[in-house]
Design a protein around this ligand. Structure first.
Ligand code: AMP
Length: 436
């Protein structure tokens, strides 16, 4: 019989597998985030990865890169609905908050983690499936919550010992202020129409603010001379910005005001900010956010103020990789089992060690052999474990096992009654404890 050979399948371009040991770094980061969110009283929300396409078209704005060209949209084969893999999670959170009337008894502080999808050109720091961790505070109008969110992110960078991160801040004001600025901006850009690139020409009347965000060096000078939105802010908008600044100043958070910071999505008003690093090349924006007081009403909910941010997990981990190593979780104990016949009893004993909170890697046979003592000891050593537990047949017949130190005091050996194994495991140093 000839064996049929199948073509080898691979992951979709721009969508990455996250394998051990790298995945341990992800878990480590996620744990840090969960702990910190709890300290700021933010609670976890999980919304579907697939949403109705109009949520993003209406939420993010029609003339945005994401909606214009980056969404993974498809038609539901069964009922023809227009669906999209979420390119970000703020719209989904807002939809869920409105759908479940979550603000009926006051504001809510929420956070999420998960994959997002954008059809971009893959490169370092830019993927088609990437992961965001985000925090949103809904139902709070005041600058103190903008400040709380910025402090939370700042606290996280500190907890991760992340360096080379700076904060840029701006205010986009309110819609009438933006309108007045827009008129002046269009007039200015029209007067310099010969200097506009294709992208800018296309956006001149649809989304001129985004032209200020240009990455084209040839347009930098033009943009630098453009009317500044900051100069069009009224008293209330300025007061909001100044109150936020006062809190950041009092808390030692440094920032620069960047009048050209506008953000890629349409839903922002008042506060916008980005945490940026210069250590990651062109994809240097780690975390971005701002206030979006009109979004809930825009997707059909009862109007309520809101503010939030999201950071890219891949980018933060990439920056950490350049700066610090994160310890890989290793088993504390390796179980050496000379004879496969002993497995039922051995595994019962190992469960007691695990119930005592200690991580155990047990020997398992391979396709062609159970494995000699020598090869098992080699594997025990390679596992990084501190202790080998040796379940020899003779010892077990006497109700005992052998303990052998693999690191500190390497080679030291002693016997232990099987009935004392749980107590031995409970008495190990706190470093042995692994989270349940
Ligand atoms: P945004 O939703 O566009 O404001 O993005 C927020 C953050 O998500 C960015 O600052 C990045 O850290 C991250 N991010 C956005 N798009 C991508 C992508 N295609 N690949 C990796 N990270 C991304």
């Amino acid at each position: 019989m000839t064996e049929k050979k199948f073509e080898k399948l691979t992951a979709v371009k721009g969508m990455n597998d996250i394998l051990p040991p790298e995945s341990a770094r992800w878990e480590w980061l996620e744990e840090k985030v969960r702990g910190l969110m709890a300290r700021y009283a933010y609670r976890n929300i999980r919304t579907p990865i697939v949403e109705h396409t109009p949520l993003f078209v209406r939420g993010l704005g029609e003339v945005t890169d994401v909606v214009e060209k980056e969404m993974y949209s498809f038609e539901d084969r069964l009922n023809g609905e227009a669906l999209t893999l979420r390119p970000e999670n703020t719209a989904g959170v807002v939809r869920a908050v409105a759908e479940h009337s979550m603000l009926y008894d006051g504001g809510k502080r929420l956070y999420y983690m998960g994959p997002m999808f954008r059809h971009e050109r893959p490169q370092r720091g830019r993927y088609r499936q990437f992961h965001q961790i985000g925090a949103e505070a809904l139902g709070f109008p005041g600058p103190e919550v903008d400040a709380e969110l910025i402090l939370l992110a700042h606290h996280l960078w500190q907890a991760l010992a992340l360096k080379d991160v700076r904060l840029e801040l701006n205010s986009l004001g309110q819609p009438p202020e933006r309108q007045a600025h827009r008129v002046a901006l269009i007039a200015y850009l029209e007067a310099h129409a010969d200097q506009l690139d294709e992208d800018a020409k296309r956006r001149l009347h649809s989304n001129p603010l985004r032209i200020l965000d240009t990455k084209n060096p040839a347009m930098k000078a033009l943009v630098a001379g453009a009317p500044r939105l900051l100069d069009y802010l009224g008293e209330a908008s300025l007061a909001h910005l100044n109150a936020l600044r006062a809190i950041l100043d009092a808390n030692g958070v440094t920032y620069t005001i960047n009048p050209r910071l506008v953000r890629g999505l349409d839903y922002y008003n008042l506060t916008v900010f980005e945490f940026i690093t210069d250590s990651l090349g062109s994809q240097g924006t780690l975390c971005a956010g701002g206030r979006y007081d009109d979004l809930i009403a825009q997707i059909g909910g009862k109007a309520a103020p809101a503010v939030g941010w999201a950071f890219g997990v891949e980018r933060v981990l990439e920056l950490l990789k350049e700066q610090a190593s994160i310890p890989e979780p290793l088993p504390w104990v390796y179980a050496i089992v000379p004879d496969a016949q002993a497995m039922p009893q051995v595994m019962r004993a190992l469960n007691e060690v695990r119930r005592a909170g200690v991580s155990v890697q047990m020997h398992a046979g391979s396709a062609d052999a159970w494995g000699s003592m020598k090869s098992q000891f080699k594997k025990a050593d390679a596992s990084g474990a501190q202790w080998a537990l040796i379940f020899g047949a003779d010892e077990m017949a006497r109700g005992e096992l052998t303990l052998k130190a693999l690191r500190d005091g390497v080679g030291a050996q002693s016997t232990l009654p099987l009935t004392s194994l749980a107590a031995w495991a409970s008495g190990l140093s706190p470093a042995a404890a692994s989270p349940a």
